[in-house]
Design a protein around this ligand. Structure first.
Ligand code: SF4
Length: 165
């Protein structure tokens, strides 16, 4: 998967300058184009809680034990979604669906997706500076960043502060 939250060290700060104001105080534009780039790429992790695991199992219509067997793995003693390796070496999130919607790449549990996925791209590490934001946009690449509707600072802060580390 292309993106993963950085270590706690990498997530320090909220992108506030000396004035104490975030550089994105006027909000940021974001609109997902459903390209799937944030759910594929090099090896990564998608953390989820037990509650989120229950919700994803219910969304898939499988028993919780089957969900953990087929879709989950542990990394550093935490639960993460599994990955599926593509022929070109990229790794898709196991729940990424490239077949159901022509021309789109969608999440197989969209309504029950974990917080880490809901809060992209408003992660603290991406918001640490304008440069970090631009780097994440380029690296992913995420064509939805800086496009579409303006997301106000209040909503960005909520998403930033709820992303698991
Ligand atoms: S990379 Fe950006 S535009 Fe593409 S699916 Fe992810 S959030 Fe949406």
């Amino acid at each position: 998967m292309a993106e993963r939250p950085a270590s706690a060290e990498g997530r320090k700060g909220s992108g506030s300058g000396a004035s104490g104001q975030e550089w994105y105080r006027d909000g940021l534009r974001f609109e997902c184009t459903m390209c799937g780039n944030c759910c594929t790429g090099p090896e990564g992790v998608v953390w989820f809680s037990r509650e989120e695991g229950r919700a994803m199992a219910a969304e898939l219509g499988v028993a919780e034990s089957d969900f953990y067997r087929d879709f989950a793995r542990t990394v550093d003693n935490r639960w993460s979604l599994r990955e599926r390796e593509l022929e070109d070496g990229r790794r898709d999130c196991i729940l990424l669906d490239r077949a159901s919607v022509p021309g789109k790449v969608v999440c197989g549990v969209y309504r029950a997706r974990p917080t880490q996925c809901r809060t992209w791209p408003f992660w603290a590490e991406n918001l640490a500076s304008r440069r970090a934001w631009e780097a994440a946009k380029r690296r992913t690449p995420c064509p939805g960043m800086d496009q579409g509707a303006l997301v106000p600072i209040e909503r960005i802060r909520i998403q930033r502060d709820s992303t698991p580390e």
